[in-house]
Design a protein around this ligand. Structure first.
Ligand SMILES: Cc1cc2nc3c(=O)[nH]c(=O)nc-3n(C[C@H](O)[C@H](O)[C@H](O)COP(=O)(O)OP(=O)(O)OC[C@H]3O[C@@H](n4cnc5c(N)ncnc54)[C@H](O)[C@@H]3O)c2cc1C
Length: 475
């Protein structure tokens, strides 16, 4: 059995480990923390003893690799699917977005047509921009990879007010960057593949269990297949003999391996590789060019139920989403508020965060008015995701070494036994769990030479005929 060493037990490392052990590789996965799941996991709040997710993690129907991964490790039935999304400007006024009987890309036209949050004129503007996105097709969006989504919206004649109250609302949550910073290509992907191409793509999946419990089955699956998962082992550096990566130095000593996958984020990898290794592999020469974008998650507990809908998308408020996390046996309700691209919030103390978030809670959930939460826990993730700015795709690295390079043309260089995984790799996806799993499968495929492909959600017949024909997915 060939040995493979994987650094990092987030979704990318786990996905690679699960696929490679299935293919009879002798896998050892090293994770510096005492738990798996990386950024998509849970923790015990020392103040209350509660298990909290670091932040609500959402998947969509188009996340076919993540769904495949959950299926392989036997946790897919813990994902609850929501096909109806609830939008609000507050004061108890709720708009429901749900697919109707018309085929994609028209499936939302009925329910969106009934939205009270936007005027008829605004809806006509939105329809024009959506039409442009459809006609552009997947290939057409490549022409937008060096420009921002705001530039695209301006070209489509979208009024400022609508940019703020609609486009910003969707994109800041989906891409974790505002429209004026995010690459148009990344934003166009969200609409084309997520909302327009098929009815199922935009279904929203939420784990009904704490995130960390999704990974115990992955741990067991890897070990059952003969692999090893070592928690609490931190890699300090990667050894390089001038032509090959020979092993890793950990806080427990040297571990040698004929094949190594790095499944850590770019900034961590930057600390693990020396100058000679960097020089030998073009994929390692842009690590410092990635920027990050923060997310703030705020857990609020009320001593009585205040919210009955499962979630809310907030229009024109500081908070972007609120999730109803359920009511415990004492009647206490847990609500989770999420603020994406939360740069301005990072320096704020928790009391001020709670005050601002509560303002929005009271505004959009009338039964909460006059009530103070009994517990508040703000979780700041300063380095939540990479910033998908224009031009970034040029430097996202391929999983495999050698060869002509990824689809972005970045030459991969020549450390033949060194592979990369992580949401920041060249998967064609933004910083998501789906992107992480795709990258892990890509590394497993490159090492094994065996296909690890999963089918994409096919576009609807009408959507395909109009232009949303073939996916650009790089993996
Ligand atoms: C607040 C927040 C909200 C998010 N919301 C969503 C969402 O709604 N939907 C979605 O799809 N995505 C979301 N994401 C993004 C998603 O969490 C990430 O894209 C995904 O989890 C990245 O997985 P990864 O394996 O690439 O990296 P990571 O999860 O960062 O995993 C890397 C692992 O490597 C380990 N490691 C690092 N250095 C070393 C070392 N030296 N030695 C050993 N181990 C090491 C780390 O501890 C970590 O476990 C969110 C992220 C955050 C932070």
């Amino acid at each position: 059995m060939s040995r493979v060493l994987i650094i990092g037990g987030g979704l990318a490392g786990l996905a690679a480990a699960v696929r490679l052990t299935e293919l009879d590789y002798d896998v050892t996965l090293l994770e510096t923390r005492k738990k798996l799941g990386g950024r998509a996991t849970s923790f015990v709040d020392p103040r209350s003893g509660e298990v909290l997710d670091n932040c609500q993690h959402v998947l969509m129907g188009c996340c076919t690799y993540l769904i495949d991964f959950y299926d392989r490790i036997g946790v897919l039935d813990t994902i609850e699917w929501h096909t109806e999304l609830y939008w609000t400007r507050g004061q108890g006024l709720i708009d429901r977005l749900k697919p109707g009987w018309l085929p994609a890309p028209l499936h939302y036209s009925g329910s969106f047509g009934r939205f009270k949050s936007y005027t008829q004129k605004e809806k006509r503007h939105l329809a024009r921009a959506m039409w442009r996105m459809i006609r552009l097709g997947y290939a057409g969006r490549l022409a937008w990879r060096e420009r921002t989504f705001l530039e695209f919206l301006r070209e489509c004649g979208q009024p400022d007010e609508l940019i703020r109250s609609y486009w910003q609302v969707v994109i800041v949550s989906a891409c974790n960057l505002p429209v004026e910073r995010v690459s148009a290509e990344a934003a166009l992907q969200v609409f084309q593949e997520g909302f327009l191409a098929s009815k199922w793509s935009s279904a929203m999946g939420l784990a009904s269990v704490p995130l960390w419990s999704l990974y115990d089955p992955a741990h067991e699956a890897i070990e059952r297949a003969g692999g090893k998962v070592r928690l609490g082992v931190s890699v300090k550096s990667i050894n390089f003999d001038g032509s090959r990566a020979t092993g890793v130095v950990t806080d427990e000593g040297l571990i040698e391996s004929p094949t190594i996958i790095s499944a850590v984020p770019f900034d961590r990898l930057d600390k693990l590789v020396g100058a000679s290794m960097r020089k030998a592999d073009a994929r390692l020469q842009h690590l410092e060019s990635f920027d990050v974008s923060p997310i703030l998650g705020v857990h609020l507990t009320f001593d009585q139920p205040v919210m009955d809908l499962p979630h809310l998308v907030l229009i024109d408020r500081a908070v972007h989403w609120m999730f109803n996390k359920g009511t415990d046996q004492d009647g206490h309700q847990h609500i989770h508020a999420v603020i994406s691209a939360a740069d301005d919030w990072m320096p704020l103390p928790e009391e001020e965060i709670a005050r601002r978030v509560l303002e929005d809670v009271h505004h959009v959930i009338p039964p909460s008015r006059g009530l103070e939460p009994v517990r508040v826990r703000a979780v700041k993730e300063k380095r939540a995701t990479f910033a998908a700015v224009p031009g970034l795709d040029r430097i996202r690295p391929a999983a495999a070494p050698g060869g002509p390079g990824g689809s972005n043309g970045l030459a991969t260089g020549g450390i033949p036994n060194f592979y990369l995984a992580g949401d920041w790799c060249d998967t064609g996806w933004p910083a998501t769990m789906e992107g992480a799993v795709r990258s892990g499968y890509a590394a497993a495929e490159s090492i094994s030479g065996r296909s690890c492909r999963v089918s994409e959600v096919p576009p609807g017949v009408l959507a395909a005929a109009l232009g949303l024909r073939s996916g650009l997915a790089k993996f």
